[in-house]
Design a protein. Sequence first.
Length: 95
Amino acid sequence: MSFVGCCENAEAEILQSLVHPNIVRLYYCCVLPFPTMVMELISGGDLQQLLASSVPLSWTFLARIALDVALGMNYMHQLSPPIIHWYVYQCIFSA
């Protein structure tokens, strides 16, 4: 599926160009008449909310999440020029 977006934001343009099974796709982005983003639907909800919830998570499930995140980040780091996910960087180095 391919949509033509009108986003002139460099970050959105980069995200639209990424195609990897461990990266949420941005299909469309537009700022006028109001900010709009059409992204891939990921079942199960938000990872941050899941990790903050009181739902018990198995070590196997947590290891799978860590592997999926690492695979997506590795893909971005292998690009030329590499892409650094600033939010993940902030979480790691602000502790």
